[in-house]
Design a protein around this ligand. Sequence first.
Ligand code: 5GP
Ligand code: MG
Ligand code: MG
Length: 184
Amino acid sequence: MDEKDMGTDLAKVLISKDEIDAKLAELGAQIDRDYAGKDLLIVGVLKGAVMVMADLARTLHSDVTMDWMAVSSYGMGTKSSGVVRILKDLDTDISGRDVLIVEDIIDSGLTLSWLLSNLQSRNPASLEVCTLLRKPDAAKVSIDVRYVGFDIPNEFVVGYGLDYAEKFRNLPFVGTLAPHVYGG
Ligand code: 5GP
Ligand code: MG
Ligand code: MG
């Protein structure tokens, strides 16, 4: 979908495709430097991080391996339940590995802090986080996120992997929804 053709469901573009591309190139260069000479495993958190993983991985010049986890935290709505379930676990044994979790967004931080302690208990050599987006509430939980794309306002966003009721994931940009989509 083109940014000039957003349809009536979207209110505005918050972060354009060009801004995302530039930021991922920046983060990728930083990751290349930080993990030089290491055997990095990047872990994408399904489904939201699919786009970030695909585009970030292609900016990397080093050899990495990729794995995926699926966890559920929000269900179909827009509020965090705080309850995290593993829907799909890693295929990789991460013991002794350098692991970088790749996330779409950190909102309350509940999902990520749960995930971090879960993966930490598997004794990786190192465990860091890269997220495309971070909301202000994330600051309330003390999570050390090494790579952050954009700090965004406290609004529900869609696109670039992020959904509302499983829709809008395929938008190439990040935007906000028009109120009528929520039934408002
Ligand atoms: P947290 O546990 O940090 O509150 O939320 C993490 C997950 O909730 C994200 O991976 C994402 O799936 C979902 N989420 C949080 N904020 C948003 C948002 O603004 N838009 C969408 N589409 N999903 C969100
Ligand atoms: Mg996520
Ligand atoms: Mg979702």
